[in-house]
Each structure stands twice: as C-alpha cells, then as structure tokens.
Design a protein around this ligand. Structure first.
Ligand code: MG
Length: 383
C-alpha cells in the first residue's frame, strides 16, 4: 500500500434541503446538517469523510456543535502531519480521546478515501483487504426503504405502494406505542407477501413484552431496537419471549457490545451504522464477528449525503452484509446531492457501487459552498 501523509484537514458544515422533511422527537427539520471532512495529503490527494451528527442530541448525544469542537480541538490536530499506510491505524492514533464516535468516524472515513485513492482502489476493495479472500465486494448493495410514522394505515399503505412501485424490495416501518399491532395487521392484510420489518427506536419497555408478542403473527423480518437505547440486558429478557428476531441498532457501539448482545441472546441480527461504532475499522470487526456467529447483518443510515452514502454502500457491498440495508437512492433524500452522479435504484432493489477509486463519486464544491452558506444563515447560533 502506498502511504499518505496528512497535510490539512478542513471542515465544512452544511445544511442540505431534504426532499421530504425529517420528523424527529424535536420536531421537523427542513435541512440535513452534516460536517464534511476534507483531508488533503502531501501526495496531492483529497479524501472526504462525513460526520452525521444532528443539530439536536436525538439519535446520539453528539451534535454538530460537539462534533465540531472535538474535530477542531482534538482529532484534526492529532492527525495532522501523520503518515498512514492503512486507515485502520487511525483509531489507535485517536485512542486517547473517549467517546464521540460520529466525529471519529468522519476523520477515519476521510483517511479510508484518501488511502484508497492513493492506491487506485475502490473503497469496497480497501475494506475487503481486511477480510478473508472469499469476501470480495459484490459491486452492489441490496437496499430497502424506511417509512416514518404516518397519520393512518391508509396513508402508510399509499407510501408503501409508491416505494414498491419504485422497486424497493424491503419495507421498514417506524412504530411506537399506539402505532404498532394495528399498523402491522393492516399492512399485512393488504400486502401479505412483502418483506416487512418494524423499527421501534427504543419506544417500549420490558413491561410491554406481552403486547410485543402480538407482532409475532405478522411474519416480520425483524423488530429493531424495541427497548432502551443503551440496553442489552433487558433485550436478552425479551428475545426469548418473541419468535420475531430482535435487531439491535442504538445499543451497539463496538464489537464488544455485539459480542455481549449475542452471548446474552439479546438479539439475532445487527444493524451496523459505521458512524455509530466510530468508523469502518470497528465496523470490520463487527462484520467478522457476525460472519463467525452466522448472524445476519445489515447497514443502517443516518441520512448521509453522497459522501457518507457512497462509503456505506461500499461497505454494504461486502458479502457478509446479508440483509437489505437502509441506504436508499439519492432522489429519496436530496435533489441535488453534493456529489455526482446520484445513486439510483437498480434491479432487484439494489444500488451499484461506484467503480472509481475511493468513494468513487465527485464532490461538487459549488454545491458544498452553497450548502455551507445555508448553514451559516439558517443556524447562526450554532457557529
Ligand atoms: Mg433503527
């Protein structure tokens, strides 16, 4: 592997309009915020990474504000001037800093991109170098679509039918108490054969076990993160009571969390968000664990722009990622995105991975600058 030496790290905070507004527990946001990490090397290469921290500490405790602080004051200074022969060296360099996985993931991702470009390989090929020979990238990722909480079953069915018509082969529905069993029943009655799963985003407690058991009759691919967002133990009490497989998302921050969850029987499936586990180095460890345990694995998303989406698609193209991923085509989120060309849905609910080196998509600086200006104007209190 050709080495790189990190010369500069520039951060671009952007606000990008979403095609559909994002409804969270904090209300609706018209924009997706992101911190783009632009890493220049002495060899004249530019690597890009994306930090998916949100404006509010909703999904994660990290926010755009905390991530900027950690990136500027700690992570970037630690990496400047360093020579890397592999991006898996980054976590060791950052080992002195606790927490802040989303910020760490962003600089590590930029290093993966820069090193892959320096060695004229795709990001998927760079990941596969760390896996056994029979884990070569497939050239595509199998994907599905996630649908938020709607006013009625009819509204939900209308959106599901639209997405099925677009070619998405797996439907994920967000649920919460009062919007679960009847939703699943209504959708199953209308669409008995679709591949369907539910995501609870920690909306239930162990006291709801009997209620959740009612979901077993709907032939669900899985139920994602029913209990607390840091919990593994109570999930281990719930899983044996359900026929439906539990998938853990929020609770898994490291390969050790994943081992604990499997050993306790807290889940059978993992939703791996590379940003949540601090990067692709830790993601590769979780990937190998899932292969070893023969546990289904899929890749989740945090509404990444084309930079983060390209990297996640590359990871999702590895053959140990066995279930459809939450990585939709670009037009589902942004029009236009900050990268070219857009990702489009192909046959059999797949998205092809780029063939150019690194992330394989071009960053449009004009759009980055426009989105950075929008951030400055829309969220002046954050700067
Ligand atoms: Mg989830």
């Amino acid at each position: 592997m050709k080495k790189i030496t990190i010369k500069t790290i520039d951060l671009h905070v952007i606000a990008l309009p979403l095609v559909e507004r994002l409804r969270t527990s904090f209300g609706e946001e018209p924009y997706k915020a992101a911190i783009l990490v632009e890493m220049q090397t002495d060899e004249g290469i530019t690597g890009w990474g994306e930090c998916s921290a949100e404006i509010n500490p909703g999904y994660s405790y990290e926010t755009v504000g905390t991530a900027l602080h950690i990136l500027r004051e700690f992570l970037a200074p630690k990496l400047l001037g360093k020579t890397l022969s592999d991006a898996t060296e980054v976590p060791d360099l950052l080992r002195g800093f606790r927490g802040h996985p989303l910020a760490k993931h962003a600089v590590e991702a930029a290093a993966w991109d820069a090193l892959a470009k320096a060695n004229e390989m795709t990001l998927a090929e760079a990941f596969a170098r760390h896996l056994p020979d029979d884990h070569q990238p497939r050239g595509y990722a199998t994907v599905g679509v996630s649908i938020g909480i709607q006013p009625s079953v009819e509204d939900t069915l209308a959106i599901i039918n639209k997405r099925l018509g677009q070619g998405y082969g797996r439907i994920k529905l967000k649920i919460q108490p009062g919007w679960d069993v009847e939703l699943a029943r209504g959708v199953r009655a209308a669409l008995p054969d679709i591949t369907m799963m539910l995501d609870a985003n920690s909306a239930y407690t162990l006291a709801d076990a009997d209620h959740l058991k009612q979901l077993d009759e709907f032939n669900l691919l899985m139920i994602e993160q029913p209990l607390g967002y840091t919990d593994i133990y109570e999930h281990s009490k719930l899983q044996p009571q359900l026929e439906t497989s539990i998938c853990l998302d929020e609770s898994i921050h490291s390969v050790n969390d994943a081992k604990l969850a499997f050993d306790l029987g807290a889940c059978r499936i993992i939703n791996l968000k590379p940003a949540r586990v601090s990067g692709y180095t830790e993601s590769l460890k979780i990937y190998k664990l899932c292969v070893e345990r023969e546990a289904p694995l899929w890749i989740g998303g945090l509404l990444e722009t084309g930079i983060g989406r390209a990297a996640n698609l590359a990871f999702a193209s590895l053959p140990g990622v066995t279930l459809p991923c939450d990585i939709s085509a670009t037009d589902r989120y942004y029009n236009p995105d900050i990268t070219d060309p857009p990702f489009v849905l192909g046959k059999n609910s797949t998205i092809a991975t780029p063939t150019a080196p690194g992330i394989g998509v071009a960053v449009r600086m004009d759009r980055v600058q426009e989105a950075a200006k929008r951030w400055q104007e829309s969220y002046p209190y954050q700067n």
